[in-house]
Design a protein around this ligand. Sequence first.
Ligand code: ADP
Ligand code: ASP
Ligand code: MG
Length: 466
Amino acid sequence: MSVVMKFGGTSVADPDAIDRLIGIVRRQLHQRPERAPVVVVSALAGVTDKLIEVTRQAEEGDAARAGAALLALLDRHVTMAAAVAPASATALQASIRADFGELMGLVHALAVLREVSPRSLDAVLAAGEVVSSRMVAAALADHDIPAAWVDARSVLVTDAEHTGAVPDMDGNRRRLRDRARRHVDGGEVMVLGGFIGATRNGVTTTLGRGGSDYSAAIFGAVLDADEIQIWTDVDGMLTADPRIVPNARLAPQLSFAEASELAYFGAKVLHPSTILPAVTRNIPVRILNARRPERAGTVITAGGGAADGELTAIACKRNVTVIDITSSRMLMAHGFLRRLFEVFERFRTAVDVVTTSEVSVSVTIDDTRRLGDVVDNLRHFAEVACEPDMAIVSAVGENLRSDPALFVRAVTALDRIALRLVSQAAGRRNITFVLRDADVPEAMHRLHEAFFAPAAAIEPVSAHDS
Ligand code: ADP
Ligand code: ASP
Ligand code: MG
C-alpha cells in the first residue's frame, strides 16, 4: 500500500491551506504514481468548536442563534468551495447546501426539544468532516488529481459509544480494502473525513475530539500502509507544548511507546489512540508541517528514541482533579482497591495517575462529568476529598529506564514547586508529577530548561514563524 496522509483543521482552513495540501498530495503522487495516497481530513479550523457552540444554543432552546451560526458556517464553506474548486463549484456547493440543510433541520429539532444527547451531538459534529472532505476531494479533482470522495461513515464501523466510539478493526479491514482496491490501485486519491464513523446500523458516531489522527491510523492499519502522515501546523512532536514553552524544539525520532505517553499526557499534536493501530501493524507515523513540507518532521517507529542520556519530551495535561480516597479502616482492607476501581468503572471515568500509601489512594481524573456519582459511591466505604485545578506534568523518554540520574534531575528542576503526587510507571518511560495547574508554566519552563535549553538556542521552532 501507499501512504495515508491526514490533514488537520489548520491545514484545510482556507484556500491557501488547500493549495498547500494539493501541492503535498501531488508530490506524493509523483513519488508513487502507481499507488495513490489515502487522504484523511479534519473539519476546517474552528468548525467543530462552532458546531459544539451550536448544540449548546440548541440545548438552551435558542433556535434563532443556532440557525444564524449555521448559516454563517454554510456561507464560509460555500465561499471557500468557489475558491478551491472553481470548475466544479456548482455541484460542490449544491452538496454542501444539502448537508447543511439536513443539519439545520436536525439542530432545529434539537432546539425544540432542548435536548442534545451524545448521539445527536455526534450527528451534528460529523457534518464538519463530511463537508470538508467533500471540498478537498473536489479541489484535488479540479487540479487534475484523480480523486474520489468516500463517506467515512460507510467504511469506518464503530461501537455505539457516542462521542468516543471504538472501531471494529476486523470488519473495517474488509470493507475498506474493497473500497481502496477500486480507487488506490487505479491511481485515484481516496478522500475521507476523519473523526467520524457509524455503528453497524448506520448511526453516525465520532471518535472523540482530535479523532482525525485516530481515523488516519485506523485506515493506515487496515490498509497496511507504508506510512501514516499527520500533516499539521508545527514541525513535528516538539520537546514541549509550544504554547507554553515557546522555544520548544523538534523531537526528530520517537518510539511508539514514547509517542503514546506524550499524546496521553497532553501533547495535543497526536490523538492518544493514534499509535495503537500503527503499532499492531508496525507502521511508521510521521508528523509533518503542512506549511513547511520540506522539513523532515518527527518519525515515530518501534525503535525511535532520543540520544543516550537525554529525555525525549515533556507534556502536560491541565485542569485535572485529584481525588484522595482514604480507607475507613486503619489499614487498606483486602479488596479495597477492587471496590474503589469498580466505582470508576461503573461511572466510566478514566483514571490517569494513581499513587497509594498505607491507608489512602490518590487518583487523578480528567473527565468530571460523573464526579458526583463517583464520590457518593466511594463514600460508602472510604473518606473522600477532591481537589480541582490540578495538572499533570510528564517527562517522557526511553532513557528513563536506564538512567536514574534523569529522575533526580527532573525532581531537582522542580525545586520549591509543590508536588502533589509523583509517580513513575512500570514501563518507566515517564515520570509523572501532579501539581497545581497554576504552577504548570513554571514547571514546564524549568524542566525544559534543565533538559532541552542548550539546543533551543541553535534551532528555535514555533508554530507560525514561517
Ligand atoms: P491539527 O488540527 O492539525 O490536528 P492540533 O491543534 O490538534 O492540530 O495539534 C497541533 C497543536 O498541538 C500544535 O499547534 C501545538 O500547539 C499543540 N501541541 C501541544 N503539545 C505539542 C507538542 N509536544 N509538540 C507539538 N505540538 C504540540
Ligand atoms: N474536527 C475534530 C476536532 O476538532 C477532529 C479533529 O480535528 O481531529 O476535534
Ligand atoms: Mg489534532
